[in-house]
Design a protein around this ligand. Structure first.
Ligand code: ZN
Length: 390
């Protein structure tokens, strides 16, 4: 038996944080015995959810759980540099060290000659918006902009991540065959890739909110047959089928391209007419409707690409039928599914692609894990999965 904290901690090379000593004890939080423990007083007074502790009588917390409560953590340098390269490719603000100096915030951009341009971070978001709008030209010709001095260009190896960074500022992934990996919201493509193709064996996937502890709440997944992600914005562990997540993201992106915003997608009330909307409603809305009201749709909305990116994606066209949710569901199709709006134009091809009711023999109910808690009752988290090699 293992826990997500232990899986993640092992994937990071079992780092020992301050306060951990050689002391055999049962962990107050996860209930597993550990040879290395920290006094329970290490858990901050502000930590909520104490009733969820598994061994309430213990005064110790295991090294793995303690690590997930770290304020700061050393990000692996190679991975930190890969993140910097990713941010530079996009043109983003980043906290980096230049040639071993102390960390500072810069606007970083990969230039046409493959060097990395450094600009002083803007004094206001508006000035940085102007810089972002000029990225294409700045790659060719790195020049200062008003309020954004150009500092220098360097090679990637001149840059390093901050020595320690806030644990909660990162999303965390790790498993038996996936070395610990961190990500931020600028790495959503990578996050989506991990969630849609989880690593084999036990793993942990944690999407935080930057504010509150997240990793300590995670349940393990066992990829790719039992996929799980802890999604802090909903404070839930979501067990899901990757093909269903993929299909829901696609449907949401099609609605976005057709002009719908997140509020409309969440409510199902589409206010603004657009030429693409009727077709998107016919193909994508039924997919979205299956999940409306649960946290799974929040996860898909979080993972969808920004609209400007979607508009450039020619593969996202609404003309071909959408990929069915799970290839094994093709037998579920019911061509006679009524349209949402009888006034909407529908082609036979689109009609054939309409999602249909679930087959209860083969598909889990959509609300098995991801519906919001009813009423004002606190969310009850099943914290720790069982099984899987420890
Ligand atoms: Zn523990």
């Amino acid at each position: 038996m293992s826990t997500a904290t232990r899986i993640l901690w092992r994937s990071a090379g079992t780092p020992l944080r301050s306060g951990v000593e050689s002391h055999a004890a049962v962990c107050w939080w996860c209930g597993l015995s550990s040879l290395q423990s920290a006094p329970r007083s290490l858990v901050p007074d502000t930590f909520p959810d104490r009733p969820l502790a598994r061994a309430k009588g213990s005064d110790w917390i295991c090294a793995a759980c303690a690590w997930t409560l770290c304020e700061t953590v050393a990000i692996p340098e190679a991975q930190g540099r890969a993140r910097i390269a990713n941010l530079a490719a996009q043109g983003r603000r980043a906290q980096v060290r230049v040639r071993g100096g102390s960390a500072a915030r810069y606007l970083i951009l990969r230039l046409a000659d493959d060097r990395i341009g450094l600009w002083q971070a803007g004094e206001s978001a508006k000035k940085e918006e102007e810089w972002k709008a000029a990225i294409a030209e700045l790659r060719q010709n790195p020049i200062p902009l008003p309020g954004i001095p150009f500092l220098e260009s360097v090679v990637l190896t001149d840059l390093a991540p901050d020595a320690t960074e806030k644990f909660r500022s990162y999303h965390h992934f790790g498993g038996a065959v996936l070395p610990w990996e961190v990500a931020t919201d600028s790495d959503k493509a990578r996050i989506k890739a991990i969630l849609l193709s989880p690593p084999a064996g036990p793993y942990a996937a944690v999407i935080g909110d930057g504010q509150k502890h997240a990793a300590i709440y995670a349940e393990p997944g066992f990829g790719p047959v039992d996929c799980c992600v802890y999604f802090r914005p909903a404070h839930r562990n979501l067990r899901y089928v990757p093909a269903e997540l993929d299909g829901l993201i696609l449907a949401i992106e099609q609605l976005c391209v057709a002009g719908a915003d997140d509020t409309e997608i969440l409510s199902g009330r589409y206010q603004r007419p657009s030429p693409l909307l009727p077709r998107a409603l016919a193909t994508a809305e039924p997919v979205v409707a299956r999940w409306r009201g649960g946290a799974f749709i929040d996860l898909a909305l979080y993972l969808r690409r920004p609209r400007p990116v979607l508009l450039e994606d020619t593969t996202l066209g609404l003309c071909p039928p959408p990929t069915p949710i799970g290839s094994d569901r093709s037998r579920d199709r019911r061509p006679s599914e009524p349209a949402l709006d009888p006034l909407l134009p529908r082609s036979p091809t689109l009609a054939e692609s309409l999602p249909t009711e679930r087959d209860p023999r083969t598909l889990p109910a959509p609300d098995r894990h991801d519906r919001p808690a009813s009423g004002s009752k606190p969310v009850q988290l099943g914290l720790f999965g069982s099984g899987g090699p420890g």
